[in-house]
Write a protein that binds this ligand. Structure first.
Ligand code: IDP
Ligand code: MG
Length: 140
């Protein structure tokens, strides 16, 4: 077991419904520590850049519009196997397929407005954390 950091984003559908605290409680109950966090309004350019791996997918433009439709919370979660552990806590991309008790099962509105983003590999976690945070902003 190794302690890792992973990048999480609470998406606009969740901030709109005032669910930041409820979602953060899920992370903390699961043993993930929030070691950095900020609320921000993404620009179109930032959203396009963040999701550039999906630029050829049919839902890309809609996804970008959704991600800039309201504030997001960018955060760094830390814990044992945090990258994979957070993916389990989040649940499947499609909330209809997300296991009971997961964030997406409890809170997501749709496959697009699915309340949270989480890094999918240790390598991507590093890049995604650097996208939002300076190293000195991570307080263990
Ligand atoms: P993930 O967030 O579970 O890693 P990805 O496949 O990386 O899922 O997709 C990134 C985001 O794009 C999803 O979280 C969701 O907001 C959106 N998305 C994924 N698939 C679809 C789709 O089929 N229709 C609309 N939006 C989608
Ligand atoms: Mg993904």
């Amino acid at each position: 077991m190794t302690v890792e950091n992973t990048l999480s984003i609470i998406k606009p559908d969740a901030t709109r419904r005032n669910l930041t605290g409820s979602i953060n409680a899920k992370f903390e109950q699961a043993g993930l520590k929030i070691v950095a966090q900020k609320r921000l309004q993404l620009t179109k350019k930032m959203a396009q850049d963040f999701y550039k791996v999906h630029k050829d997918r049919p839902f890309f433009n809609e996804l970008v519009d959704f991600m800039i439709s309201g504030p997001v919370i960018a955060q760094v979660l830390r814990g044992e196997n945090a990258v994979k552990h957070n993916r389990d806590v989040m649940g499947a991309t499609n909330p209809k397929e997300a296991e009971k008790g997961t964030i997406r099962n409890e809170f997501a509105e749709s496959i697009e407005a699915n309340s949270v983003h989480g890094s999918d590999s240790i390598e991507n976690a590093k890049t995604e954390i650097e996208f939002f945070f300076a190293q000195i902003e991570l307080i263990y």
